[in-house]
Design a protein around this ligand. Structure first.
Ligand SMILES: *Cc1c(COP(=O)(O)O)cnc(C)c1O
Length: 356
């Protein structure tokens, strides 16, 4: 059909499966195995249908922005809130990556980045991780790499590897790129890493992005946010208000605020997941797996003799879902989300049968 020549064609991002039947052990999309803060459930019961007659408030004027500002010790004008960090990141790509020079990101990373770059026609270049799946800082410093770029983005810890850079390592990259925006996607920072948020005070080209989907157990509510200096946030808002003014619904704004107010519960859940992860490292090692050291709520593991694809299929037959990609460099790895202790025990028992 002739009209197809005029269509914007994209190869969309493929998310992990969302099986809904009972009894599934779902370790494939890095959701939290624990419920959201108790205050969230109480707030659901108290939602006011009458409020839904009205358009929602502008995110920056809401109690959610106020709660985040207080939690992080920054101004409300330093926070941009969106429909999950996928929305925030997509708006950030559109806003900040507007150069003829390539945007840089790792070859093994969150597979949404090249989708947005293609969608918005942003040139990009993938910089290979080293053999240990580490980001090589010098690959992102024009003085060392010889590559003049149009922007930089990477997750920290990286996904799906779990490998963490220290704030000093990130700072070197940000400091070497004063002419472009550097986005650090901190979707997994609450599981033992140190956030680069303090660096935004000294570097006006740094945007830090976080989400309620993993550590705050609210993937289904769709809340994400970016933090940076007011000028960066202002540019993000200009683009957002040019696409859709009312992205955040009343319920998400209300419930998100309740989550942030319960810092003790949040820390306890993250702590439990980190403990389970550290035990998982020991057990997986004993079962014959190798993996880069993970600072996220997942482990990216490869077995010394059984191919990842085979383990993936056999686990699925047992109703245990993990993630596998048929992609160069990582096709012999499984990304295993950290579940409850009980879920992990079921996983180890199944792995024992498959790999033992
Ligand atoms: C899960 C994830 C996100 C986005 O999740 P949302 O649910 O849209 O907040 C962003 N970046 C990385 C690296 C992720 O793994």
């Amino acid at each position: 059909m002739k009209w197809e020549e005029n269509v914007r064609k994209v190869v969309p991002y493929t998310a992990g499966e969302q099986p809904r039947h009972r009894g599934v052990i779902k370790l494939n999309t890095n959701e939290s195995p624990y419920p959201p803060a108790p205050g969230v459930e109480r707030a659901i019961a108290a939602l006011d249908a009458e409020q839904m007659r009205l358009y929602p408030a502008f995110p920056e004027q809401t109690e959610l922005a106020a709660a985040l500002a207080e939690y992080y010790g920054i101004g409300k004008d330093q926070i941009f809130i969106g429909v999950g960090s996928d929305d925030v990141l997509s708006q950030a790509f559109l806003t900040f990556f507007n150069s003829d020079r390539p945007v840089l990101f790792p070859d093994v990373t969150y597979s949404f980045y090249d989708v947005w770059a293609d969608l918005y026609r942003i040139p990009y270049r993938k910089q290979p991780l080293d053999a240990a799946f580490r980001i090589r800082g010098e690959d992102y410093m024009p003085q060392k790499s010889g590559i003049a770029c149009g922007g930089i983005i990477f997750p920290n810890p990286n996904a799906p590897t779990g490998v963490l850079l220290s704030p000093d390592e990130v700072e070197e990259i940000v400091a070497a790129n004063p002419d472009v925006v550097v986005i650090v996607d901190e979707a997994y920072i609450d599981f033992g890493g140190t956030s680069c948020l303090p660096l935004t005070r000294r570097y006006d080209n740094l945007l830090v992005v976080q989400t309620f989907s993993k550590s705050r157990a609210m993937a289904g509510m769709r809340i994400g946010y970016a933090m940076g200096n007011p000028k960066l946030i202002g540019y993000l808002n200009d683009v957002k208000y040019s696409v859709n003014s009312y992205t955040m619904n009343y319920a998400a704004l209300r419930l998100g605020a309740e989550s942030v107010k319960d810092a003790a519960y949040f820390r306890a859940c993250c702590g439990k997941i980190v403990e389970t992860r550290e035990r998982a490292k020991e057990t997986l090692r004993k079962l014959g797996f190798t993996f880069p050291d993970s600072y996220a709520n997942f482990i990216f593991a490869s077995h010394r003799s059984v191919p990842a694809k085979e383990i993936f299929e056999r686990l699925k037959e047992n109703d245990i879902y993990v993630r596998h990609w048929d992609k160069e460099r990582i096709d012999n790895y499984l990304r295993i989300t950290i579940g409850t202790e009980e879920q992990m025990e079921a996983l180890y028992a199944a792995l024992e049968k498959i790999c033992g």
